[in-house]
Structures are given as structure tokens and as C-alpha cells.
Design a protein around this ligand. Structure first.
Ligand SMILES: Nc1ncnc2c1ncn2[C@@H]1O[C@H](COP(=O)(O)OP(=O)(O)OP(=O)(O)O)[C@@H](O)[C@H]1O
Length: 274
């Protein structure tokens, strides 16, 4: 593909087979004057795992974090487009971003338990939301769903920071699901974990999709093939002297890896650039 063609490249929209829970249409995303992402339509299907892959700087995290307005915390961030969650634009003027994050939760790259007990970590969001129900039951349920309960049930008062890295990440997942969100955004959740802990978190993702919708940024292409139902491949357009990310292709993971439509996708997954 020559530079001019690449500069106007817009991916064919992915026609999702299932229900779409978040319909994200990025026109442009800026950090100050810097155009970070353009022209990317990324539908997130209900109770599926959508993987975001692509070279460094192509905007995977930027798009992921736009889905629950996490980037609002960055002053120079500007989003042009729409993110429809159950048909409602999360960027509409009257929408409270805190409420958006209540329904669309987030798990980060580095496990980041708070410096408090395992129990209090999981109860944190519930208390913030003034949860009035049975706290013990909800904490247990979240830890069970995060496949951590058996390992921590006798030491709930111990600090969350006393757990191993993999356990800490599962604790963060328990904290994120305790408030019963609909969608979990995961930004390279295994990059700080060893292979065994990575496998556990991947298995957990597959279990979680029975109840939740997941979107996952990963650098690890094997991980995308292992867990993602659908994969979105982003690249970087350097044709105008900038470094602007855009969606090249999105489709069922198998098709993206075994029979990609676009040359760029093929080159990336065959390791010809990174
Ligand atoms: N807070 C910020 N302020 C300014 N520019 C930013 C900010 N965050 C990201 N960027 C820029 O936006 C572009 C996209 O970054 P982003 O982190 O979304 O890419 P990525 O594909 O997730 O990269 P990586 O795989 O390296 O994590 C990059 O050029 C990056 O430098």
C-alpha cells in the first residue's frame, strides 16, 4: 500500500454477528494538537472478548480508555466521535463519567491493589456506591468470580499488597467486578505477570465472559488467539509526518490471524513489523 492510499485508509466496518453493547465510532482523538487516532469504528459485542492488537503507539490504549471516559482525567485529551453504550452516548453533556465507569470497569497493566486489606479492596467500590446489601456476600461472590476466594478466604484481613503479582491482579479484577459492571476493559492485564499467573488470568477472562463483556489490549498475539473472539488490528499512519493510529481491520480472531483481508494485518501478524 503506498503512502497516499494509506493516509486515507479507513477500515471496512466490522459487521458483528451478536448484540453490540458498546458502539464506538472514533472520528478523531487528540492529545492537545497531536492527532493520536482517527477514523476507527470499533463495535464491542456482548459477552464476548474483543482484543485490540497493533504496534506500539497505534492508539490501542487510547481507544480502550475512551470507552469509559478514563481519558477525561487527562486535561489535553479531546474525543471527537461517539461511544454508544446500550445506545446512549457516554460523551453526551449530561452524562456523569463516574457513573459510566461504574458500568464499564477497568483493570490496568500493573496490578494496583490499594494499601488496605483484601476485603476492603473488594468492598471499596461498593462503599463508594453506598451499597446497602450484604457486603460479606458480595465480597465473597466477587472473589469467587475472580478465582481467588479459595486462596484468600482465611486471610481477608491481610493487606492486598501481601499477595503475589498474579493474585494481586485477580484481586483487582474482583474489585472491578464487585460493583457488577457490564463491561470490563483490560489494558494489558498480564504484562507484569509470569506465564503461570498469565494463564490463570486468561482462564479467568474466559470464565468472566459468561457474565461480562470484555475488551482487552494485548501485545501478546498468542494471548489474543487464546482468548479473543473478535480482534481489532490498529496501525500507525506516518504518511503526513505524524504518527496517527487507526483501525486497519476488525473481525473474528481466527479470520484476522489465518485469513486477514489487509496486507498490513498479514505483515504484522507474521512478524514483519512490530
Ligand atoms: N497522556 C498523553 N499525552 C500525550 N500523548 C499521549 C498520551 N497518551 C498517549 N499519547 C500518545 O498517543 C499515541 C497513542 O498512545 P497509546 O498509548 O494509546 O498507544 P498504544 O497502541 O496503546 O501503545 P503501546 O502499545 O506502546 O502501549 C502515542 O503516540 C502516545 O505517545
Amino acid at each position: 500500500m503506498n503512502a497516499v492510499a494509506e493516509s486515507v485508509f479507513v477500515a471496512q466496518p466490522y459487521q458483528a454477528a451478536g448484540d453490540i453493547i458498546i458502539d464506538c465510532k472514533v472520528d478523531k482523538i487528540f492529545y492537545g494538537d497531536f492527532l493520536a487516532v482517527r477514523d476507527s469504528t470499533v463495535p464491542i459485542e456482548k459477552k464476548k472478548i474483543t482484543g485490540f492488537i497493533g504496534p506500539s503507539g497505534c492508539g490501542k490504549s487510547t481507544v480502550l480508555r475512551s470507552l469509559n471516559r478514563m481519558n477525561d482525567l487527562i486535561q489535553v485529551f479531546r474525543f471527537l466521535g461517539s461511544v454508544l453504550y446500550h445506545g446512549q452516548d457516554v460523551y453526551a453533556a449530561k452524562v456523569d463519567p463516574v457513573l459510566v465507569r461504574r458500568y464499564i470497569g477497568m483493570v490496568f497493566q500493573q496490578p494496583n491493589p490499594f494499601s488496605m486489606s483484601i476485603y476492603d479492596n473488594v468492598a471499596f467500590g461498593l462503599r463508594l456506591n453506598r451499597f446497602k446489601g450484604d457486603m460479606d456476600e458480595r465480597v465473597q461472590k466477587a472473589l469467587e468470580r475472580a478465582a481467588l476466594w479459595k486462596e484468600v478466604k482465611d486471610k481477608l484481613k491481610n493487606s492486598g499488597l501481601s499477595l503475589s503479582g498474579g493474585q494481586q491482579q485477580r484481586l483487582c479484577i474482583a474489585r472491578a467486578i464487585a460493583t457488577e459492571p457490564d463491561v470490563l476493559l483490560m489494558d494489558e492485564p498480564c504484562s507484569a505477570l509470569d506465564p503461570i499467573a498469565t494463564r490463570q488470568v486468561e482462564e479467568l477472562m474466559l470464565e468472566l465472559k459468561e457474565n461480562y463483556t470484555l475488551a482487552l489490549v494485548t501485545h501478546n498475539m498468542q494471548q489474543a488467539t487464546r482468548v479473543a473472539d473478535t480482534t481489532a488490528f490498529f496501525s500507525v499512519d506516518i504518511s503526513h509526518g505524524g504518527r496517527t493510529g487507526y483501525l486497519v481491520e476488525m473481525g473474528p480472531t481466527r479470520q484476522i490471524f489465518e485469513d486477514p483481508r489487509e496486507r498490513l494485518t498479514k505483515d504484522y501478524i507474521s512478524g514483519q513489523f512490530s
